[in-house]
Write a protein that binds this ligand. Structure first.
Ligand SMILES: Nc1nc2c(ncn2[C@@H]2O[C@H](COP(=O)(O)OP(=O)(O)OP(=O)(O)O)[C@@H](O)[C@H]2O)c(=O)[nH]1
Ligand SMILES: [Mg+2]
Length: 663
């Protein structure tokens, strides 16, 4: 008879000498997950590749980790084509540096154009210093020299790509891999994506104990069960409007359950961990496929979804008592809680989105019509995260979102790029603020609309109201009639959707809000619609996993090795891996139970069918065993004793305890 004798070599996860030295010799079978890739981190609970469920995911776990690091290290794509080629600029700004210093949009655009010319003529002339300020351009000859020739107070910009040493610093958790905004200094990023690590709590271990009481001679088993580990939930906190909180904290770990104790004391369950996210957050498993259902899409305040399930507590020996075994010396370890990395993406939820060029007065408008207090200052890109405000007028409530300023060429990365436009995707109406003091307000208007269309053609069709701002300034007031004529006659904007306003003085603002309300009413009530088929799991539902659902793989021997060399077999299956993880190897009865399960589940048979031989290694989950053809009780007992000795663990119990009569 052949069987897998549970001569446990080592917990692979403990990176013991046996395991790690053996691993270093063995090659990896292509495309399969293996703890051999990184023996040491296996013991770390932070390694996402360790979770049994990830180990099962056909090689993506281990490989995925390194891929993530690589792709995060890659600087944004170098785009050296002139922005004007893609956008067909309608702006009248000169391509040189002749724009007024206050006209940031034009100046930055002209910078990009100059850069395009420099790079396009093929003479290899290095771009002007301005050229690398915002655009995702090639590195300059001497990178990392801070330049601030835009004289924007409080901000300086790095030109060029950060060198290799700095890339780790640059890998902030908030950045999705490959994001072009990675090159922006942290204070300029729009925190609408983040990557966090979550780990549900492990279950508490079960306990082996016997009732010991005066006058109760054969007390029987009294080991309690361990407590449940805490789950991890995501809950919408209406006071949040960005994911910037995840800059400060990336790891979220729920507590583990308390171990069971004697006298049938059950360990306490751990409290669940709640991760607060803003409304409009979509949560996906890291590197999940496009068509994979996200874990959660949370839109309403207070809405919650389960992200990771805590491990169940291990059973104590009282639970193993049967009529045949009245004093079992066996207990389970607690189940490990789920752990995973997730990507968060925010698309704020609002009725109306306020868009426009930088410095147009968007935040000022929001501060006037709502109680929000966004940062307002006389320089571009004051707003870096979307601001939300609630406007109550005529007994009606309207939620406005003020998003960062947009520039012509944003789709090529100019300015803050245009990724934050995702926020207006969920808005039903757009309020387009036009800066009346701009040399070409209509050109700005066209350029922004083109950017909207380039970002998402659906945005072009969203109802739009135009707010011609800063009419209190004579320069801009004088041009109002001309601009209105151009907008209505040349661009076909309905006259009742254009409002001359002064956000600073409040002039025309009430009419604008009423106009927004009227358009919203025209559209009718629209319930919040979920964009994805997110799971949004709201209760802990354990998946049924079968122990006899497994696969056996054999690792290829290195070329040139002897045909009798020991081989490594991997038994993969969620059920058997969880069972191995919960088996407490300190108890002989637990080892015997494991042997029985291997036999009845067909794993022994499958291994033999694959040609397993004496001395071969068999890896199940994080535990490595040595195959022995001798499966007699004596051989199993000897190998268990040896394993205990190797690990320096004392045997539990004695000849007198538990009492032999109870057995
Ligand atoms: N005179 C006048 N100044 C205004 C008006 N609206 C805004 N401003 C000024 O314009 C400057 C920019 O205003 P913000 O509200 O920060 O502009 P923004 O569009 O939010 O700018 P970013 O967030 O950088 O894109 C500030 O100095 C405001 O005081 C207005 O109606 N009249
Ligand atoms: Mg602003």
């Amino acid at each position: 008879m052949h069987a897998l004798n549970a001569q446990r070599l080592a917990n692979v996860g403990q990176a013991g000498n046996v395991a790690s030295s053996a691993h270093s010799r063995r090659p990896l079978a292509p495309g399969r997950p293996s703890p051999l890739l990184a023996p040491a981190p296996l013991s770390s609970c932070e390694s996402p590749s360790l979770a049994p469920h990830l180990l099962l995911s056909s090689g993506s776990a281990a490989a995925g980790l390194s891929t993530a690091h690589l792709s995060r290290g890659v600087c944004c794509a170098s785009s050296t084509t002139s922005s004007s080629s893609g956008t067909q600029s309608t702006s009248s700004a000169p391509a040189g540096g002749a724009a007024a210093p206050s006209d940031w949009s034009k100046r930055l655009l002209s910078v990009a154009k100059t850069k395009g010319k420099n790079n396009g003529n093929g003479n290899g002339a290095s771009p002007t210093p301005d050229a690398d300020i915002f655009s995702p351009a090639k590195p300059a000859a001497k990178p990392k020299k801070p330049i601030s020739n835009l004289d924007i107070p409080g901000l300086s910009y790095y030109e060029g790509r950060p060198d290799a040493d700095d890339e780790d610093e640059d890998l902030d958790s908030d950045m999705a891999p490959g994001s072009e905004r990675k090159r922006l200094p942290a204070e300029m990023r729009c925190f609408d994506t983040a990557r966090i690590y979550i780990k549900a709590g492990d279950g508490g271990n079960g306990c082996v104990a016997f009732r010991r009481e005066k006058y109760v001679e054969h007390g029987g088993p009294a080991g309690g069960n361990g407590g449940r580990g805490g789950n991890v939930w995501a809950v919408v906190d209406p006071s949040l409007n960005s994911l910037s909180v995840f800059r400060g904290q990336v790891h979220f770990r729920a507590d583990g359950g308390v171990n069971g104790q004697g006298s049938n004391c059950e360990g306490a369950d751990a409290e669940d961990l709640v991760v607060a996210v803003p409304a409009g957050t979509i949560i996906r498993r890291k590197e999940s496929e496009e068509d994979d259902a996200p874990l959660a899409e949370l839109l309403q305040p207070g809405e919650r979804a389960l992200l990771a399930v805590g491990g169940r507590g291990g059973r104590g020996n009282f639970s193993f008592k049967t009529s045949r075994d009245r004093a079992p010396t066996i207990a389970e370890k607690g189940e490990k809680g789920e752990e995973l990395w997730v990507d968060l993406e925010l698309k704020v939820v609002a009725d109306a989105g306020i868009i426009g060029v930088p410095n147009a007065g968007k935040s000022t408008l929001l501060s006037v019509i709502t109680a929000a207090k966004p940062k307002i200052a006389n320089y571009p890109f004051t707003t870096l995260v979307p601001n939300l405000g609630v406007c109550e007028m005529d007994y009606r409530t309207t939620v406005f979102a003020d998003v960062p300023g947009l520039l012509e060429g944003a789709h090529e990365g100019l300015g803050l790029g245009h990724e934050f436009l995702r926020h207006v995707q969920r808005c039903r109406v757009l309020v387009h603020v036009v800066d009346g003091t701009s040399p070409d307000p209509v050109g700005d208007f066209n350029a922004i609309n083109l950017e909207l269309e380039l970002f998402n053609p659906d945005l072009k069709d969203k109802p739009q109201l135009v707010a011609y701002n800063k009419v209190d300034i004579p320069d801009s007031g004088d041009f109002w009639e001309m601009v209105r004529e151009q907008l209505t006659q040349e661009l076909g904007v309905p006259a009742d959707r254009i409002f001359p306003i002064s956000a600073a003085t409040g002039q025309g603002v009430i009419e604008l809000v009423r106009g927004v309300r009227a358009v919203l009413d025209e559209l009718g009530p629209q319930p919040l619609t979920y964009e994805t088929n997110a799971l949004n799991q709201t209760a802990v539902a354990r998946r049924e996993v079968r122990i006899d659902d497994f696969t056996v793989l054999m690792e290829d021997l290195p070329p040139g090795s002897a045909s009798t060399a020991p081989r490594v077999f991997y038994v993969e299956g969620e059920g058997i891996e969880r069972f191995a993880q919960m088996t407490n190897w300190d108890y002989y009865e637990a080892v015997k139970r494991f042997q029985r399960v291997l036999a009845v589940s067909g794993i022994n048979g499958a291994l033999k069918a694959k040609g397993v031989r004496q001395g071969d290694s068999v890896v199940i989950g994080e535990t490595e065993f040595s195959w022995s053809d001798d499966q007699s009780d004596g051989a199993v007992y000897d190998s268990w004793l040896k394993d205990m000795k190797d690990r320096g663990v004392n045997r539990q119990g004695s000849a007198r305890w538990p009492h032999p009569d109870v057995r």
